[in-house]
Each structure stands twice: as structure tokens, then as C-alpha cells.
Design a protein around this ligand. Structure first.
Ligand code: TRP
Ligand code: SF4
Length: 531
């Protein structure tokens, strides 16, 4: 039993189940900490761009066909590598969307964002997957299988009620998906404890099943690509970004070959490669009385250049010089390298055969002189797929903003008044909105004069995230009227409360209508592990 089942966006620093608490590593209180199981406060979304390398959705909106209103309104604010997915949707090519839900409580309006994201991608033609993270709920939150089953059903009914098509899409629960668990086991061979420690703050007390739930999530994220590689997007809150980054790494590590640019027979680190590339462009073999540029020439030229004119640190300079001197008279020639990372012998042989043009074969790599990197990537994937590999593409992600609690502060499922469950009685939903904190002024007079603060108002958020639906004009009108002082909080909340009541009524009716659809769907509703 769990005492507190935080929303993914909620504060929950305390131990909940006797399981280890992860604190997101070294992040201080004012920093943005991204912790999948702990407190994830994002006070400053800009930091996510600067510190974590999440990219802004705004910049790519034009590339997205019929962008969802959550994208248009900046609720979906960030992404990692979403371009390949947008492109596939635009061009009607294969793409997938997947997200997962820990069945630890009622589905609420925060989950609705993710449901909508999955459904929208499905409607744009992507293969859609939604999974119940029951293993994670059991191991990281200590939920019983009875509780898990009850909540799982509720999540699925809401997902279907909102428009997920179970015949086109895939639903599964982690615990009964054998293929998924086999994939998780395989991925585990490329991950180790030190890495989990660094990413999640795990320590010697962390249970093995909690760690297993991590590799299970990695398998979830790559599951849509089991049959064939395809651009895949994982819509989640930014707290899940550590998982996304690890999954992207693992996808890469599972590949048979690593394709890179190289300049000589030996390996260069990225920083070393940049200097060699620069000098290759700059130097003329004639200056060394030679008809070819050789490693020693680059070494000589590097030694004559003051460190301050180079874009490398002393350590990198030192190591690249050593490598170049050891190689001596070897010519410097750009080439595309296939490094054998995990290939079978047959696959490596097949690759060697398949490389067109001039090539040179080494113990664990092949250098191709007439192939560009893009063509080489394609060839590498082709050979991998023909020899039993997955050829995974790094999964992409999109991130939505966390909703503010209706009572101000964070939305937390341990504070019922702070959030609206999709199962709330419509009248209770109405009452919660009526009781919500607002961005309004002290008096009506002041409000007319200065305008309301829609940007800090949880009620405005309800309009933008949910109540205005696809109607941008309506959302904008509420905003403009608010900040212009024409809209007063009493009426505004009344309107929002009524819309919320209607939404909940309709949603709950639809939930009843999709009962049969759920029974017919290919997903187990009862855990075989139940007592
Ligand atoms: N860890 C997620 C959560 O806490 C649930 C989850 C499991 C998930 N597998 C996933 C989310 C795959 C996205 C993709 O809510
Ligand atoms: Fe919020 Fe509406 Fe009041 Fe503006 S008028 S502050 S949007 S409740």
C-alpha cells in the first residue's frame, strides 16, 4: 500500500513505500531537478533548454502537420529530436507514439494531456501504444496487484473515452508482455549500476526490481521498433527526461555498427577529430614537399600553432599529437568508418562485402572512402536488420508543462482540492473550480484598472489546457479579456466551472460507452499475480 501517490508533477520528496528515495543527484534546491520518482519542480523552463538540451517546440511548429492545440499554446513546450517524427507524419511514413502510465491513483486532468497527445498522433497516422506500468507501480511504489488492476482499468477507460482506437493501436501491461521483458533483459546488458547511480541517484539500498523497472521502461520506449525501426515519440512530463536520454543512449549502444567520420586508420575522440579536420582543410602537402598530407605533417603544424589559436584543451592536444606521431607517414585522408560495436561475424563480413568503392578493412572497423555518412548509416542499418539486429532509431520525446494546482502551488493527488480527477463527480469538479485560486486582483475595481494575471492563474490554465479545446479564439478571448480588465474572476470561474462540469459529465458518459470496447481490446485487465 502506498501512502502518497504523487502525480508525476507533484512534490513528493518523502519516502513513500520504504523504497529508496532518489533525489535526482546533485541538484540543489533552486535548480531544476528532473527526477522520475521524486519531486520534479520546474520553476524555470528555460533552464531545461540550457542545462538539459531540451529543444523548443515553437521553433518546429511549422514542420508539424495540423499541430495540436497543446502545441500551439505552448503547453507542449519542449522536445528532443522530434523532427524525424514530424517529417514522417507529414509524409505519411511509418511513425509511432508511446507513453506509459503508472496505475497509482485516479486518472486526472494531467494524464488527459498525455492521453490527448497519444490520440492526436494516432489520428495523424502514427502507430499508437499506451501501456500500464504495473511492474513499476509495484516495485517503485509498492502498489498491490488489486489496486493496480482497478486503476489500470480506469486509465484505459479514460484513454478510450477520449478517442484512442484500440483496434488500430496497441495496449499492454508490462507484467504480461513477454516480448517486452525479453527486450528489457537484453537492454540490461548495455546498462550498469554505476550509470543508474549517476542518472537516478540509486544507491546500495535500491532494490533490484526498481532497477529492473528502469530497463523495463527502456524496453517500453523501444517496443514500437521491435518489428522495424521507425521514428517514435514519447510524450511525457519533463521529469521523465532522464529515462528518455538513457533510452536514446541504449538505442545507440544496441546498434551493430557505429558510423563516424575518420581521417586515418586510428580512432580519434570527437575533440581530436575536429582539430585534425580543421588542419586537413588548411594544410597543403606541398608545404611539406610531399604529394600527400601525412600524420607527421599535421603533428608538425599543430606543434607550431600556439594553443590559444586552437579550439582544444591541452590534454586533447597532447593526445592527438601522440596519435599523429605514432602514425608517422600514414596519409591523412577523410573516410567514413563503420566501427563494429555488436555485430555478429557474419554481419561484419556482409558489411565488408556491401561497401562499394575503395575500402580498407581492419580488425574491428571498415573504412569506406567513397561513401558519405548518410549513405553509410543507411547501409549499416540494412545489414544489421538482415542479420537479426533491431537497427533502433533513437526515440524522440515531447514535453508538456506541469499544471498548477487549483489551490495554488503544485498539483498533487494527495491534495484532492488541488486537482481534478477524471472520475470526480461533475458537481465536485464544478465546486473545485469555483474554489480555485486565481490570478485576480484584490478588488473588482483594481482588476478593471490593472487587469488580471492570466499567466499566473490556475483557472486560465484550465481554459488553455482543457476547457477551450481546439478553439484558440476562445482561449485568446479569455486571456485578452482577463489581462484587459474586462473579465472578472467570479464570472470567469463560473464559466470555467460549468465547462468543467459538462466535460466531466460527457467524459464519464463516454467511459461507460467504451466499456465494451475495452473488454474486447487485447489487454489483460486482471493481473495473474493477484491473490
Ligand atoms: N515511469 C512513467 C511514470 O512514472 C511510466 C512509464 C513506464 C512510461 N514506461 C513508460 C512513460 C514508457 C513513458 C514511456 O509515469
Ligand atoms: Fe483567472 Fe479568469 Fe480571474 Fe483572469 S479573470 S485571473 S483568468 S479567474
Amino acid at each position: 500500500m502506498t501512502g502518497d501517490d504523487p502525480l508525476e508533477e507533484s512534490e513528493s520528496g518523502e519516502p513513500t513505500t520504504g523504497e529508496p528515495v532518489t533525489d535526482g543527484g546533485a541538484a540543489g534546491a533552486d535548480d531544476v531537478a528532473l527526477d522520475p520518482w521524486g519531486s520534479s519542480t520546474v520553476s524555470d523552463y528555460r533552464k531545461l533548454f540550457e542545462e538539459f538540451g531540451i529543444e523548443e517546440v515553437d521553433e518546429l511548429l511549422e514542420e508539424v502537420p495540423n499541430p495540436h492545440y497543446l502545441m500551439r499554446r505552448g503547453v507542449i513546450f519542449g522536445h528532443r529530436d522530434y523532427r524525424p517524427v514530424a517529417e514522417a507524419l507529414r509524409e505519411g511514413k511509418e511513425a509511432a507514439v508511446l507513453s506509459g502510465f503508472m496505475p497509482t491513483g485516479d486518472p486526472h486532468i494531467g494524464h488527459k494531456l498525455v492521453f490527448d497527445e497519444i490520440i492526436w498522433h494516432q489520428q495523424q497516422g502514427a502507430d499508437a501504444y499506451a501501456l500500464i506500468a504495473d511492474l513499476e507501480a509495484n516495485s517503485a511504489r509498492g502498489m498491490s496487484w488489486e489496486e493496480i488492476d482497478e486503476h489500470a482499468r480506469d486509465y484505459l477507460l479514460s484513454l478510450l473515452a477520449l478517442g484512442f482506437d484500440p483496434e488500430e493501436g496497441t495496449l499492454y501491461r508490462q507484467s504480461t508482455n513477454r516480448e517486452l521483458q525479453d527486450l528489457a533483459f537484453e537492454l540490461g546488458s548495455e546498462a550498469n549500476f554505476s550509470e543508474f547511480q549517476a542518472i537516478y541517484g540509486f544507491d546500495g539500498e535500491t532494490s533490484v526490481s526498481h532497477m529492473q523497472s528502469v530497463v523495463t521502461q527502456m524496453a517500453d520506449i523501444l517496443y514500437p521498433q521491435l518489428e522495424e525501426p521507425k521514428p517514435t515519440v514519447i510524450p511525457v512530463g519533463p521529469d521523465q527526461d532522464p529515462h528518455v536520454r538513457l533510452a536514446r543512449d541504449l538505442a545507440e549502444r544496441m546498434r551493430f555498427f557505429k558510423v563516424s567520420k575518420a581521417f586515418a586508420s586510428f580512432e580519434l575522440e570527437p575533440g581530436e577529430r575536429d582539430v585534425v579536420a580543421e588542419f586537413y582543410e588548411r594544410l597543403d602537402p606541398a608545404d611539406f614537399d610531399d604529394d600527400q598530407l601525412r600524420c607527421v605533417h599535421v603533428a608538425e603544424a599543430l606543434e607550431e600553432t600556439p594553443l590559444s589559436d586552437l579550439e582544444v584543451d591541452a590534454g586533447t592536444l597532447d593526445s592527438v599529437l601522440t596519435k599523429l606521431r605514432e602514425a608517422g607517414m600514414e596519409p591523412v585522408r577523410p573516410r567514413t568508418r563503420f566501427f563494429d560495436r555488436r555485430a555478429t561475424d557474419e554481419a561484419f563480413e556482409a558489411l565488408i562485402d556491401a561497401v562499394d568503392g575503395e575500402k580498407r578493412v581492419y580488425e574491428s572497423h571498415v573504412d569506406a572512402f567513397d561513401l558519405d555518412v548518410a549513405a553509410a548509416e543507411e547501409l549499416a542499418r540494412e545489414i544489421e536488420l538482415a542479420h537479426g539486429g533491431y537497427g533502433f532509431r533513437p526515440p524522440s520525446s515531447i514535453y508538456h508543462r506541469f499544471m498548477t494546482g487549483l489551490t495554488g502551488g503544485k498539483m498533487s493527488s494527495s491534495i484532492p482540492a488541488s486537482h481534478i480527477s477524471l472520475l470526480d463527480d461533475p458537481e465536485d469538479g464544478y465546486d473545485k473550480v469555483k474554489a480555485a485560486t486565481t490570478g485576480g486582483r484584490e478588488t473588482a475595481e483594481e482588476q478593471r484598472e490593472k487587469g488580471g494575471r492570466a499567466d499566473e492563474c490556475p483557472v486560465y490554465e484550465l481554459y488553455a489546457y482543457l476547457l477551450a479545446g481546439d478553439d484558440d479564439e476562445f482561449a485568446k478571448r479569455v486571456y485578452d479579456e482577463c489581462v484587459g480588465g474586462e473579465r472578472l474572476c467570479g464570472d470567469c470561474k463560473e464559466q470555467a466551472a460549468q465547462l468543467m462540469r459538462e466535460f466531466l459529465e460527457e467524459h464519464q458518459e463516454k467511459r461507460e460507452e467504451v466499456e465494451e470496447l475495452l473488454e474486447a481490446a487485447d489487454v489483460e485487465l486482471e493481473s495473474p499475480r493477484r491473490a
